[in-house]
Design a protein around this ligand. Structure first.
Ligand code: UDX
Length: 449
């Protein structure tokens, strides 16, 4: 099938690449011409495992085309996936101006009927507005557009693997024809008929995931309800960690045992600096906002958001306790990305940590396997090191902000010799307290004594 992807960010590029791998002809467009030029030159503007290989293969097989001419891309596809950003406004409400812009573009540029699919995360009832905008801007109402919602559940860092091996594919539709079209688009993924870069070509087993057909409003709600629930789970674990510190219990022992109950599950109970990234913080805000707008107070989400914001305060309580005065101290920040295996620093706790360290007069040494280039734009005066051991030379303390494997595997015996003082404040509970203490470190983490 011929598919158009509007927006070449994390979601759009992964969607375009993986749908091309599924055998479709994909036309990608973006208003950022530099990004399109980079893609045409065979470069990938973001770091996402396997994306490079999937895009290269799609280009070799002539399955993917990039163009900055949105009209050309819109006319080329039978189905249009909207993958543009929906950032938060100051009020927390999702800013849907990019979606509105695309709707007007599709309506005016299309010359034949299209199925227009929302893939960007949007609040419930956006589909209704999208349908209205498409009808309103179509010249003389001449072209019939169908709308569908197909939320993504991709985690950054494992987005390609998630796309190819979904737990579920949700399609919210208005009619059976749209459901059949989307089922056809995803058939190669569900039947594992694509070249899988993770499994060297062929995935084990014959089918994966389940395609669920719902109403558009349900599909929109499923996305926000899922992300907000996961965010709630993390904040819950973080409050348990605070309790553990007061009581003298160990949060890892508590959450591990809790998680063995299949009704709870072990995932997303990791205590620490809390959640960041471009999804959870904005989705939880947008969901609170949407709920209030329709007269439902979602107080528990407000509490989860408050707990998350306070994680940095809790972290700095530890930093002050351990380091006493920050002014004039040299401090290493290990990890800048909001989580491991990505170069994304949007709403990353590490940025707020650096901001406060700089404000309090510390000299910051920062290191990260992928996110240095992006962070340099925000903090040009911080010293950056590719090698974590270089970053640790002569520092009074190391602050761990991201759970990268390279930090988990650091040789602290070696690092201890490089540091001015053996002090580690771990925002991700990466190390055994006993081991760090046996190496002579003053070691602080979350929810463990
Ligand atoms: C999330 C959803 O998981 C994905 O389904 C959705 O489509 C997009 O948003 P992502 O933002 O890539 O994906 O990150 P995720 O792996 O879910 O982690 C989110 C944040 O929570 C990270 O900052 C992570 O460090 C933090 N986290 C996660 C915790 O603090 N504790 C945990 O136990 C798990």
């Amino acid at each position: 099938m011929r598919l158009t992807v509007i927006g070449c960010g994390y979601v759009g590029l992964v969607t375009g690449a993986c749908l091309a791998a599924a055998g479709h002809d994909v036309f990608c467009t973006d208003i950022d011409e530099n990004r399109i030029d980079l893609l045409k030159a065979g470069k990938v503007p973001i770091y996402e495992e396997h994306l490079d290989a999937v895009l290269q293969r799609a280009a070799r097989e002539n399955k993917i085309v990039y163009t900055s001419d949105a009209g050309e891309a819109i006319r080329a596809g039978e189905v249009i996936f909207i993958c543009v950003g929906t950032p938060p406004k100051d009020s927390g409400e999702a800013d849907l101006s990019a979606i509105d812009h695309v709707a007007r573009q599709v309506a005016t540029e299309a010359r034949s009927p299209k199925l227009v699919v929302e893939k960007s995360t949007v609040p419930a009832l956006t589909g209704v507005q999208l349908q209205k905008a498409l009808a309103a801007y179509s010249p003389a109402g001449g072209i019939k557009f169908q709308v569908a919602s197909n939320p993504e559940f991709l985690r950054e860092g494992t987005a390609v693997a998630d796309f190819f091996h979904p737990d579920r594919i949700v399609v919210g539709v208005e009619d059976e024809k749209s459901a059949a079209t989307l089922r056809e688009i995803y058939r190669p993924i569900l039947e594992k008929k694509f070249h899988c870069p993770i499994h060297n070509g062929k995935c084990p087993g014959s089918t994966s995931g389940e395609l669920l057909v719902t109403t558009i409003s349900s599909a929109e709600l499923i996305k926000h309800a899922s992300n907000s629930f996961l965010a709630l789970k993390i904040s819950y674990a973080n409050v348990i960690a605070d309790l553990c510190e007061r009581i003298g219990a160990d949060v890892e022992e508590v959450t591990h045992a809790m998680g063995l109950d299949p009704r709870i599950g072990t995932q997303f109970l990791k205590a620490g600096l809390g959640f960041g990234g471009f999804c959870f913080p904005k989705d939880i805000q947008a969901f609170i906002h949407l709920s209030a707008a329709v007269g439902v107070e979602f107080d528990m989400l407000k509490a989860a958001e408050r707990v998350n914001k306070q994680r940095i305060d809790r972290f700095f309580e530890k930093v002050h306790k351990a380091l006493w005065v920050i002014r004039g101290k040299r401090v290493a920040v290990l990890g800048l990305a909001f989580k491991a295996n990505t170069d994304d620093i949007r709403f990353a706790p590490a940025l707020e940590v650096i901001r406060r360290l700089v404000e309090e007069g510390a000299e910051v040494h920062a290191t990260d396997p992928q996110a240095i280039a992006r962070t340099k734009h925000c903090f040009p005066n911080v010293a950056y090191f590719d090698d974590p051991y270089e970053a640790l030379k002569g520092v009074d303390a190391a602050l761990v902000c991201t759970e990268w494997p390279v930090f988990r595997d650091l040789d602290w015996a070696k690092a201890g010799h490089l540091m001015s003082r053996r002090l580690v404040i771990d925002g991700r509970n990466l190390y055994s307290s006993k081991k760090m203490q046996s190496l002579g470190f003053d070691y602080y983490s979350f929810g463990r004594s």
